[in-house]
Design a protein. Structure first.
Length: 155
């Protein structure tokens, strides 16, 4: 795709279009290709073509659960191209927004559960627990481990 970018920058758009199409035929599930092509077309002012690439890329990223973490970038680039051609955000933009909101909420939940507070000083015993449960620290994550059983000290 770098060669296609160079061709596009050199004003050889038809060759670039053909090369991008050939790459897409070989690797239709490469979300990075859609991102790169969309970005390059947008940079050259061809927002209609950019929008087609970015739409396919965003649909792919959403359909696959965004393993490459490109939904945010694809959505942002796509919004710019939509605005450049005078179109309002559409259902796909809204779907991407909902996806990103869910991903952010899940990230916060994981951080809370796994202790994003690692390395930080724990709250006071009577302060709210840092896990977000609403309980006092001493009754939640600050609970002392049980004392060993069956051991007696010889005195």
């Amino acid at each position: 795709h770098r060669i296609a970018e160079i061709l596009l920058r050199a004003g050889r758009a038809e060759e670039a279009h053909a090369l991008y199409a050939a790459i897409r035929a070989d690797t239709p599930d490469d979300v990075w290709l859609y991102n790169a092509a969309g970005m390059e077309y947008a940079d050259h002012g061809d927002h209609e073509r950019a929008l087609r690439w970015l739409t396919e890329g965003l649909e792919l990223a959403l359909r696959t659960g965004d393993p490459e973490r490109l939904v945010d970038q694809l959505s942002h680039l796509r919004a710019r191209s939509l605005a450049a051609i005078g179109r309002e955000p559409d259902a796909l933009q809204e779907e991407a927004g909902r996806f990103l909101a869910r991903a952010e909420a899940e990230k916060r939940d994981v951080e809370r559960r796994e202790g994003a507070h690692a390395g930080a000083r724990p709250p006071g015993r009577n302060d709210p627990c840092w896990c977000g449960s609403g309980r006092k620290y001493k009754k939640c994550c600050g609970t002392a481990p049980p004392a060993p059983t069956g051991e007696t000290s010889a005195t």
